[in-house]
Design a binder for this molecule. Structure first.
Ligand code: FES
Length: 102
């Protein structure tokens, strides 16, 4: 396991996201419905940044073609995307938000 601190508690409101790059991987940390999730920054459909999308419930929407992805599983919820995003474990510990990128 390779846990890395990527944010501090309270930094992101619910529905907000942050670009992070632990170990050089471009990822998004998302605070959705009170939980922290970490997924690939780039959409699995056409390599477009999900940073330009929006968070809805526990999903993130790609603004290019409109696919939603479940933030917990990474699975696309509608077409055109048909491949999941990679997800990474997160934890909140002593006021820090950690992501495991191993
Ligand atoms: S690039 Fe994201 S749905 Fe097409």
């Amino acid at each position: 396991m390779t846990w890395t601190v990527v944010a501090v508690e309270g930094e992101l409101g619910v529905g907000q996201m942050k670009r992070i790059a632990p170990a050089g991987k471009p990822l998004l940390l998302v605070n959705a419905e009170g939980g922290y999730f970490c997924v690939d920054e780039m959409c699995s459909h056409e390599d477009y940044s999900l940073w330009f999308g929006c968070v809805k419930g526990r999903s993130i929407k790609c603004s290019l073609h409109g696919s939603y992805f479940d933030l917990a599983s990474g699975k696309p919820l509608n077409e055109p995307a048909d491949c999941p995003l990679t997800t990474y474990p997160t934890k909140l510990e002593a006021g820090d938000i950690w992501v495991d990128v191993s």
